[in-house]
Design a protein around this ligand. Structure first.
Ligand code: SAM
Length: 312
């Protein structure tokens, strides 16, 4: 974790109180803490930094990591293709990340890409703001994103068919700035960031994956600025009881709280700006983009991700 992040992050255990973390650095390289720990002087929580990756998810349970599909080599490889297939000149690659990036106006300040996986959108945001942070609960994703940040290229092994694999080299374009990004393991529902500290906030294909979608929106709203802020949410709204109980869904049901469709409900919640979503957001016309995940050479998942962009 880059030392400059120390100014931004706070203890996620102590929220909504804001307590800075103190770094105990064992090994560092050019301003990047390689090994060490972050300690909260208030609650005494200790967050390790292992191989450059800061582990700031207060809800992480080590025994559940093995069950998380986003920690597997197979899914890391799938997301490397999804995020960077365009750079490989792959004719099947999706243009979704470029379309989402074009929705964000360049603006000073810090961008936060929540559930950012292997980093494509965070790198895109490094061209549109002063500094961009990608967070994800998957250590494997954050490790891959940081490897790209540090080395600017990576050999990825893509599944071809059965046991056959194909190696490709991902090279980052020069305008995606390694000096303007960092990636940490953290949780969308307990963001280790100060209130009103973020100018650009993105949540791509995440809201239907968290156990409390409304808490995700509240956390987004806590950390974003009251003015000169933008929020981009895009999602297929594939609600499932595996991710969250039906009562928590922000759409996809005929009755009860948040009945109707997810995209319209999220847009309405932002525009109303009530309670923990105040002050209200100005919501642009919603849209959608085709997003693609690759399993192997002959198998892709095509997903309509519906987006809403808002500013205030
Ligand atoms: C469907 S993927 C989308 C990844 C990326 N945003 C994109 O659109 O390519 C969902 C991502 O959210 C992450 N994730 C799931 N729950 C999370 C949480 N509570 N906080 C942060 N990230 C989370 C997963 O590890 C995964 O990287």
């Amino acid at each position: 974790m880059k030392k400059q992040l120390l100014e931004l992050i706070i203890c996620p255990h102590c929220l909504p109180l804001e307590h800075s973390l103190v770094a105990d650095i064992i090994q560092e390289q050019g301003g990047d803490i390689e090994t060490g720990a972050l300690k909260c002087p208030h609650c005494a929580a200790l967050f390790p930094i292992v191989e450059g990756v800061a582990l700031l998810d207060p809800h992480a349970v080590d025994s559940q990591r093995a069950l998380n599909k986003y920690e597997t080599d197979e899914v890391v490889s799938s997301y490397l293709w999804s995020h960077f297939g365009e750079l490989l000149g792959d004719e099947q690659a999706s243009q979704a990340y470029r379309t989402w990036a074009e929705l964000m106006r360049p603006q000073g300040g810090v961008a936060l890409d929540v559930g950012g996986a292997v980093g494509r959108f965070t790198f895109e945001m490094s061209t549109r703001c002063d500094f961009a942070v990608g967070i994800d609960t998957s250590q494997a994703f954050v490790r891959a994103a940081r490897q790209l940040m540090r080395e600017r290229s990576m050999v990825a092994s893509l599944k071809d068919e059965g046991l056959l694999r194909r190696e490709v080299t991902i090279r980052l374009p020069d305008d995606w700035r390694s000096d303007r990004v960092d990636f940490v393991v953290a949780n969308a529902l307990a963001l280790p960031f100060r209130k009103k500290s973020i100018s650009l906030f993105s949540s791509l294909n995440l809201v239907d994956k968290v156990p409390s979608p409304i808490q995700h929106l509240w956390e987004m709203n806590r950390v974003t600025r009251d003015e000169h802020a933008q929020f981009l949410l895009s999602d297929p709204f594939s609600w499932s009881v595996e991710a969250a109980p039906v009562e928590e869904w922000l759409g996809g049901k005929a009755d009860g709280r948040h009945a109707g469709k997810g995209l319209a409900n999220v847009a309405q919640l932002l525009a109303e700006g009530q309670g923990q979503l105040a002050p209200a957001w100005q919501v642009d016309e919603p849209g959608s983009v085709w997003w693609k995940i690759r399993t192997h050479s002959n198998h892709y998942e095509l997903i309509r991700s519906c987006f809403v962009h808002a500013n205030r």
